[in-house]
Design a protein around this ligand. Structure first.
Ligand code: GDP
Ligand code: MN
Length: 382
């Protein structure tokens, strides 16, 4: 689960990592009054969960509160697109942060290195908006510091990594402290990644986190009531956010076949069969075990909110889930929502016969196997 920059900053502040002053706004007026609090010279930053935001025009240094207000008004509602996110994301809020005079920009991140089975810090003196190119063209400019799970982080190791990374000697002492704080923040928040880019050395010799990206492990959210509000606001896709509110396991994909199944394994198999039939799934949706009609109805409704869906494939294996309940849910959804898209259904297992009878009355397309269902869907869309 990714946090917005303004949320990441709050988290870092709690662990004592220095960040420039700032606040979040969702309209020009509000942005203007925040900017006034910081003397007018601020940076306005779109709060979108995507990389390449600066290059996409989502970050602007301004010199007056009026300018901050005007730029915010322009930015809100706009779709920003970047190489990392070609579909783009709509800006709903901006961060208005105190503008700092940057002398140099460093990169520091901590995440899990699965192959080494250790947490790793990545540190570079070549931070800023081109870090992807640095990583691709001169990977030696990024120092790696693995954390020994027995001993934790030792000062001498951090110092050696800072030297290897070519960090300005004036910044090393502060960077050492920041790295310790980042590691505490990472461990205690159950983060999967913290990235500070840039970690800025200002002209008056201070090191501050001028941008921050944090991802938390959503499986650990139950231990962090302090992040409950954050969770609601952090889905990258509006439909995924809606699914989270309804308690449905849903992942948005980029094809055009809506897929509903019960059980993650069965859904994955269905995605494979859709791919084999030459189409791509628009989503991954697991109705879960023992689903009742109204839950199935909810799931159908959710998938159909996705405008890229051209046909629906429902694949149910009745175990604890009763086939007739699923069939009732599907039929209810079709009537309530006035669905016009073709729907192919395959039901096997508990009460499959009753299910088939219910579905037959509702003009759905039956399929005897997953393969047959996938190829029928592919034909219907082609
Ligand atoms: P990103 O493109 O999403 O990574 O956005 P950042 O928040 O990292 O901002 C992009 C770039 O804008 C940074 O690398 C800095 O060069 C510049 N920038 C951001 N905030 C400030 C600031 O307060 N002062 C100055 N001088 N530059 C800034
Ligand atoms: Mn950045």
């Amino acid at each position: 689960m990714k946090l917005h920059e303004y949320q990441s900053r709050e988290l870092l502040e709690r662990f004592g990592v220095p960040v420039p002053g700032g606040d979040v706004a969702d309209n020009g007026q509000e942005a203007k009054s925040i900017a006034e609090r910081f003397g007018g010279a601020v940076v306005v930053k779109a709060q979108v969960l995507m990389g390449g935001r600066g290059k996409a025009g989502g970050v602007k240094l301004v010199s007056s509160a009026e300018e901050a207000g005007v730029f915010t008004q322009e930015l809100i509602g706009k779709t920003l697109k970047s190489i990392q996110n070609p579909q783009g994301m709509v800006v709903e809020r901006v961060l208005v942060a105190e503008r700092i005079d940057i002398e140099s920009e460093f990169y520091v991140a901590v995440l899990l290195d699965r192959s080494e089975q250790k947490d790793v810090f990545m540190i570079s003196a070549r931070g800023g908006m081109d870090i992807e190119e640095v990583a691709a063209e001169s990977p030696e400019a990024i120092a790696k510091l693995h954390v020994d799970p027995k001993w934790g982080l030792c000062d001498y190791e951090i110092r050696a990594a800072l030297v290897q990374a070519n960090i300005d000697s004036r910044a090393r002492g502060q960077m050492l402290q920041i790295i310790h704080k980042l590691y505490r923040a990472y461990r205690e928040s159950d983060a999967t990644m913290i990235e500070i880019n840039p970690c800025a050395l200002t002209t008056d010799g201070k090191v501050v986190a001028a941008d921050a990206k944090i991802a938390l492990d959503e499986n650990a959210l139950f231990r962090h009531s302090e992040y409950a509000a954050v969770a609601d606001d952090s889905a990258e896709d509006p439909l995924e956010a809606e699914a989270a509110r309804r308690g449905i396991a849903y992942v948005k994909l980029d094809g055009d076949v809506g897929v509903i199944g019960n059980g993650a394994g069965l859904v994955m198999l269905t995605l494979d069969e859709v791919a084999r039939a030459g189409r791509k799934a628009a989503n991954f949706l697991d109705v879960g075990g023992g689903a009742q009609a109204d839950r199935v109805r909810d799931c159908v409704e959710l998938v159909l909110m996705d405008k890229s869906v051209k046909a629906l494939l429902i694949n149910i294996f009745g175990g604890i889930t009763r086939g007739d309940e699923v069939a009732k849910g599907v039929v209810e959804a079709i009537h309530q929502l006035g669905v016009k898209l073709p729907i192919v259904v395959r039901v096997e297992g508990t009460n499959a016969e009753q299910a088939k009878a219910i579905l037959a009355e509702a003009n759905l397309i039956p399929a005897g196997s997953v393969q047959e269902a996938a190829s029928k869907v592919a034909e219907l869309i082609a």
